[in-house]
Design a protein around this ligand. Structure first.
Ligand SMILES: [Zn+2]
Length: 306
């Protein structure tokens, strides 16, 4: 199947009222797990590659992802996650990526708009879609959202101004999620209403970063197998469902794959102390990641939409 742009995949999701997972990949095993899960569940999917994944793999992950994506029987977009410069975005576009993120969310608004616009102008000329980000990711609580402490959250006014100024195709907003395995205490608060307010005024499909669920049972297995993860908490499945119901389209998942793969590796090497074959060690990791991804695709509603 030919590659799809990020906007193709996400516009269909927006029309259909479901979410699409963007899963981070660093290597062959993760890429295969993502594509296998997408084909098993008949789900559209985005393969997300960071600059870190590019440098870890000496850029080979780009080729691996593109080859697997082109051979897949479901719609796949190959996406640069958190591109930090015009140059890395251009490298990815030239290499065949169908979607890039330019993340200048740490800059002031005018700079973020200007630098995003530069990537949008170049990408649009060659039919590649662009994701940008505003706001600051990080945990919030209900009090902070209700009071004037909601500075971290993206507001609808900001979102409208930004999309008009920068012209990005899709927009990552801050609604209380966070990167990594520690997203808050108890059940992290997600500003569900805010998603609806922004969706009502912005046509660009909305993106949620840091949306892993960090399942307690897998963390328990990780720790039981000799790992040490303390206070690991993710986003509740119901909050993901509600976020999609209010118009969230792209849901990024990286941490859940790391926890799944490292747990499976820990368990396997513990129970097979004589095993030296890398393939046998990584096989259960690949299977565990595929299991997590399939469940996520069902949760997001993308299963059956590919
Ligand atoms: Zn992110």
């Amino acid at each position: 199947m030919t590659l799809h742009t990020g906007l193709d995949v996400l516009s269909a999701a927006q029309r259909g009222g479901y979410g699409v997972g963007a899963f981070n990949t660093d290597n062959l095993e993760t890429t295969l797990a993502i594509i296998d899960a997408a084909e098993t569940t008949r789900s559209p999917v985005m393969l997300a590659i960071t600059s870190g994944a590019l440098s870890y793999s000496k850029n080979r992950i780009a080729d691996i992802a593109l080859i697997e994506a082109r051979q897949a029987s479901v719609p796949v977009a190959v996406h640069l996650d958190h591109g930090d410069s015009f140059e890395v975005c251009m490298w990815c576009i030239r290499h065949g990526f169908t979607s890039v993120m330019i993340d200048k969310s740490h800059e002031d608004e005018a700079t973020n708009i200007r630098q995003t616009r530069r990537v949008v102008d170049a990408a649009r000329a060659v039919g590649v879609s662009v994701e940008a980000e505003i706001g600051k990711l990080g945990g919030i609580d209900a009090a902070a959202e209700a009071g004037d402490g909601s500075a971290q959250l993206t507001t609808a006014d900001e979102a409208v101004r930004f999309v008009e100024g920068a012209g990005c195709d899709t927009l990552a907003i801050a609604v209380g999620t966070a990167h990594g395995p520690n997203k808050g205490i108890g059940r992290p608060h997600i500003a569900i209403e805010r998603i609806g307010e922004i969706r009502a005024r912005v046509d660009a499909p909305l993106v949620m970063h840091g949306a892993s669920s960090v399942p307690a049972d897998v963390v328990e297995r990780f720790n039981a197998a000799g790992g040490h993860l303390e206070g690991a908490v993710g986003i509740h499945d119901d909050d993901i469902r509600q976020a999609i119901g209010r118009g969230m389209c792209k849901v990024n998942v990286g941490t859940d794959l790391r926890i799944a793969s490292s747990t499976a590796i820990r368990e396997f090497v513990r129970s097979h102390p004589g095993e030296i074959d890398m393939r046998k060690i990584l096989k259960p990791a690949r299977a565990e990641m595929a299991r997590v991804i399939e469940a996520k695709m069902v949760l997001l509603g993308s299963a059956g939409k590919g």
